[in-house]
Ligand binder design. Sequence first.
Ligand code: 13P
Length: 252
Amino acid sequence: MRNVIIAGNWKMYKDLRETAELLDGLKSLLKSVKPHVTAVVCPPYTSLALAAEKLRGTPVRLGAQNMWHQDEGAFTGEISWKMLKSAGCEYVILGHSERRQYFGETDELINAKARKALVNGLLPIICVGETLAQREKGVTSQVVSAQVKGVLAGLTETDMAKVVIAYEPIWAIGTGKTATPAQAQEVHHTIRQLVGEMFPTHVADQLVIQYGGSVKPDNAAELLAQNDIDGALVGGACLKADSFASIVNASK
Ligand code: 13P
């Protein structure tokens, strides 16, 4: 059985006081998680150090929402792998559709970020997904496949053991419109098949592929029950302790 990873992407929500409140809630609800399940929270940068302190001794892991692909330098407003690691992060979300849309991130840049994260021991959660127009045109599979090829270019088999892919159809993000379990499963299967062509089969078999886009406590179990869905990247529903905890506990 593949591992399941449920990650909460807090996006640009929660100041320090709110961070403490949410994590205190999570700590009491997630004292233990199923052995094959990993729960990760990805707060904004300003909350990372506090979150690391709050999560010490709990099963909940820490991640960031983005990072720059160079070690250090004159990159105003950016953050490095080293800073994230020193703040206690183990994971980093890369190439979220909001980064692609508002900050012009390309597959090539996301690939550079993934390589930098991997070389330095951060586990990348790399996002892909189509727009509504692309889905309606019937090109979902081509679009997602091109993204997967681009973001994974040049990675090794060893790298791939640490990579998580998050399939997030853009039309399902923050809209309340979840992909049906069958729609999500179809794309997850395409991704796994493609990874099986790019790498040895066991890499594809072990790859954790998360679904993201309006995952809520009431639809999580059905999504997670699909063969190729191995976790969730949760936005809105991770901002409340009880709903995030119930998604973590919904996993197969
Ligand atoms: P929502 O769960 O709010 O749709 O957000 C999904 C997402 O973008 C997670 O990265």
